[in-house]
Design a binder for this molecule. Structure first.
Ligand code: NAP
Length: 248
């Protein structure tokens, strides 16, 4: 049976690094993205060069019909999924909660919470053995922010990742008898473009120097943890929240 994975937000950053690493292990990878078609096609080429198969699938994780369609597309292209990486996520510009608009809060929670929950639901439906699935593994991409709170930066984002941690704990128990393991990684300060989208492109480099390991992490280092949790090497691990945060 071929290994088939859907990764949300895989056109850039952590999702793309994970796609490439799985490609090197021979996986077929559905590369979801929101808008950046060029980056998504680059990610597809990287997976193929690494030895895997890939297809790019545009879709907004916060839109239920887009979510259904992205799972349908990966399965009609490559076959039944046995892994899902719930990675797409956003931040908004740094500010205290007192200054955040309702529109901003809605956008962050729509993508990071509603989107992640809709995607996890769809993965559960397709992977659970009682529903005709083959079992497998889900990795949710949370954040160290869920335990730090991100004061004066993004307590909305931090709270959205708290929801991911809690969902991981509950869904792991729901799916344990269905042949599906569910875990989360909690990256710390990782040098990707997400910080620029929050208005601070140098945030990971500046703050990373203050972590115990003295530097920001790389997307490749987070990908290693995700791929390990997906693999049979992590066969007795479910409901775990793995910090990939340089000791922060
Ligand atoms: P990134 O470099 O900004 O990449 C974000 C990815 O998500 C892109 O592929 C983007 O697609 C996609 N995306 C954004 N909104 C989407 C939506 N509504 N529907 C579908 N895809 C969407 O981010 P990253 O740093 O790799 O972060 C990945 C995950 O790690 C996020 O959940 C983030 O919260 C988490 N994380 C990151 C860090 C860090 O320091 N970097 C730390 C902790 C946790 P387009 O290319 O089309 O825009």
């Amino acid at each position: 049976m071929a290994d088939v994975v859907l990764i949300t937000g895989a056109s850039r950053g952590i999702g793309r690094a994970t796609a490439k690493l799985l490609g090197a292990r021979g996986w077929s990878v559905g590369i979801n993205y929101a808008q950046n078609e060029h980056a998504a096609q680059e990610a597809v080429a990287e997976v193929e060069q690494a030895g895997g198969k890939a297809c790019a699938i545009r879709g907004n994780v916060a839109d239920e019909s887009d979510v259904m369609a992205m799972f349908d597309t990966v399965e009609s292209t490559f076959g039944r999924i046995n892994a899902f990486v719930n990675n797409a996520g956003i931040v908004a510009p740094s500010m205290p909660l007192a200054d955040m608009s309702a529109e901003r809060l809605k956008r962050v929670f729509d993508v990071n919470v509603l989107g992640a929950y809709l995607c996890a639901r769809e993965a559960a439906r397709r992977m659970s053995k009682d529903r005709g699935g083959n079992g497998g593994s889900i990795v949710n991409v949370s954040s160290a922010a869920s335990r730090l709170g991100s004061p004066h930066e993004y307590v909305d984002y931090a709270g959205s990742k708290g929801a991911i941690d809690t969902m991981t704990l509950g869904l792991a128990k729901e799916l344990a008898g269905q042949g599906v393991r569910v875990n989360a990684v909690r990256p710390g300060l990782i040098d990707t473009e997400i910080h620029a989208s929050g208005g601070r492109p140098d945030r990971a480099v500046l703050l990373g120097a203050q972590t115990p390991l003295g530097r920001p992490g790389t997307a490749d280092e987070v990908a290693e943890a995700i791929v390990w949790l997906l693999s049979d090497a992590a066969s007795y691990i479910t409901g775990s929240l793995l910090d990939v945060s340089g000791g922060r």
